[in-house]
Structure formats: structure tokens, C-alpha cells
Design a protein around this ligand. Structure first.
Ligand code: PMP
Length: 284
């Protein structure tokens, strides 16, 4: 395997960042995960736009143009011979003597890109059976709209899910509303067949997959309501599912101890999953 580290392609085993990288010391950085489908990047334009927004919100300099970054992503995919999988991009504020304030402007941001294959059969198998989720109290900061590498609450939530034999954890705010998953956006289908998902203004990450599914639902004439929903509603929903670049549209068949619908993946989730690539942007 090959990784891109600050301008060089190096063997993965020797890919290293400095001990004083601010990403390492302060989680002072942002990232993107882009799906690779049949050797092509999926929704590169949107991922680059979201990266630009995250960098701007944290006042980290753009390390290079979106076009140049796109080239690095593709080259990393190519060198790793990934046909299906993901490419990971991380930008931190760079290397400087450990001190909380931003370093001077002449410190270049540090860029790392890795890529790895994922067996599409595995994901398809999960989608056939559906996954279980647990709910955990929302305990993250209020800027989760920024895709920062500060993911400790997400890590702990996801481990709690694993410990409970589930695949994902949904964060729930103090009013009982689901915000999102540890690494996915959360959706339900109500008894009238309407799609419900939380508005992406604040309190969640605006998932790229979420945006594509919103567009896809509109195109397919599935009614969609962007509003917060409670755990109680979700437990009684006709369907539930999560979305992310790596899970695409993944049906949820259990929330804590509540079986969703008839315990099998729902038809709307299945249809959205099947049609996903007709709406996503596939790079040449
Ligand atoms: N929410 C969180 C907290 C995430 O980490 C992710 C995955 N990056 C998502 C939602 C889904 O976003 P996307 O569809 O862009 O992968």
C-alpha cells in the first residue's frame, strides 16, 4: 500500500507525520472520506466543497487547489489499485511547537491521503440483513457541522454499539431527538411512507450521501420532510436507515430493543440504495 504524505507517495508502512503535528496534539484538522466505485471517485465535487468549508470554518489554509487535491486522491487510488473502497484525506494545521494559538501563517497545512479496498459483497450482505443501532446521549460539541478529526465521542459511541452487538450508535439530544449516527446520518420512514431526516443546518454533519438521497427521493417522488425525529418515533417507524459514503443507504432493522417494521430491510431504503448511483456524481 501507498500513502500520500505532504507531497510524497510513500510505502504505507513508512508513512509518518511529525510528533508536533497539530492534528496529533490537538485534533486540529479536518478530513473527508470519499467512496471509490468501480475505480471512480463518487461525489468528488461535493466532498471538495465540504472540505473547503471545514477548512474555512477552522481558518486552516487550503493546502492546494481542489483540482490538485483531486489529482492526489485519484493518484492514491490508482497506486493502491483500489476498484471499490474508499479514499481518506486529512488536512491539519501543520507542525509547530506545541502551543494552543494558531502558529504563524507560514506553517503549511499537513496533508495525508490513504486509500483502501472494501469488498462490495460485504456491504451488500449487511444491506440484505439490515443493521442494529443503539442510542446514546449526545455529548459532542455544537460544531459537528465541521468535519473535524476530533472524533472521541464518536469513537466511544461506536465502541458502545460494538459492545452491545450493534453496528452503529445514534446520538440523542436532551429532548429525545436523534441527531445522527457516530459516522452516518439517520433517517426514518413514517407510517405514511414519508422520509424523515433531521435538517442539516446545525447539530449534524451535512452528509454528502444525505444530500444525494434527498435529491434522489425528490426525483423518485418520495415525500421527504426535513425535521428532527424522536427515538420514540423511530422505534415505531415503518423503516429506518443510515447513510454515509462507505455504508451508502444501509437499512436499520433494530433500534435498541425495538424491532423496526417486520424486522427486515424496508422497501424504500432498498430502492434508494439500488438507485443511488443514478443520482451520485461519478468522476470520469
Ligand atoms: N455524520 C457523521 C458524524 C459522519 O462522520 C459521517 C461520515 N463522514 C456522516 C454523517 C455521513 O457523511 P457522508 O455521507 O458525507 O459520508
Amino acid at each position: 500500500r501507498i500513502a500520500y504524505v505532504n507531497g510524497r507517495y510513500v510505502p504505507h508502512a513508512y508513512a509518518q507525520v511529525h510528533v508536533e503535528d497539530r492534528g496529533y496534539q490537538f485534533s486540529d484538522g479536518v478530513y473527508e472520506v470519499c467512496e471509490v466505485h468501480d475505480g471512480h471517485l463518487v461525489d468528488e465535487t461535493r466532498h471538495m466543497a465540504r472540505l473547503g468549508r471545514s477548512l474555512k470554518e477552522l481558518r486552516i489554509r487550503e493546502p492546494m487547489s481542489a483540482k490538485a487535491l483531486g489529482h492526489v486522491l485519484r493518484e492514491t487510488v490508482r497506486r493502491n489499485r483500489v476498484r471499490n473502497g474508499l479514499v481518506y484525506l486529512q488536512v491539519t494545521r501543520g507542525v509547530a511547537k506545541r502551543d494552543h494559538p494558531f502558529p504563524k501563517d507560514d506553517v503549511p497545512p499537513a496533508v495525508v491521503v490513504t486509500a483502501r479496498a472494501i469488498d462490495p459483497k460485504k456491504s451488500a450482505k449487511s444491506a440484505e440483513n439490515g443493521i442494529s443501532v443503539i442510542t446514546v446521549p449526545e455529548n459532542r460539541w455544537d460544531r459537528v457541522d465541521i468535519k473535524s478529526v476530533s472524533l472521541l465521542p464518536n469513537v466511544l459511541a461506536r465502541q458502545a454499539a460494538e459492545d452491545a452487538g450493534a453496528s452503529e450508535a445514534w446520538f440523542v439530544d436532551t429532548d429525545g431527538y436523534v441527531t445522527e449516527g457516530s459516522a452516518t446520518n439517520a433517517w426514518i420512514v413514517d407510517q405514511d411512507g414519508r422520509l424523515i431526516t433531521r435538517p442539516a443546518e446545525f447539530g449534524i454533519l451535512r452528509g454528502i450521501t444525505r444530500t444525494v438521497v434527498v435529491d434522489l427521493a425528490a426525483r423518485e417522488g418520495v415525500e421527504i420532510v426535513e425535521r428532527p425525529f424522536t427515538v420514540e418515533e423511530a422505534r415505531k417507524a415503518r423503516e429506518a436507515f443510515v447513510t454515509s459514503a462507505t455504508k451508502l443507504v444501509m437499512p436499520v432493522v433494530k433500534i435498541d430493543d425495538a424491532v423496526i417494521g417486520n424486522g427486515k430491510p424496508g422497501s424504500i431504503a432498498g430502492k434508494l440504495r439500488e438507485l443511488f448511483y443514478t443520482q451520485a456524481e461519478i468522476a470520469p
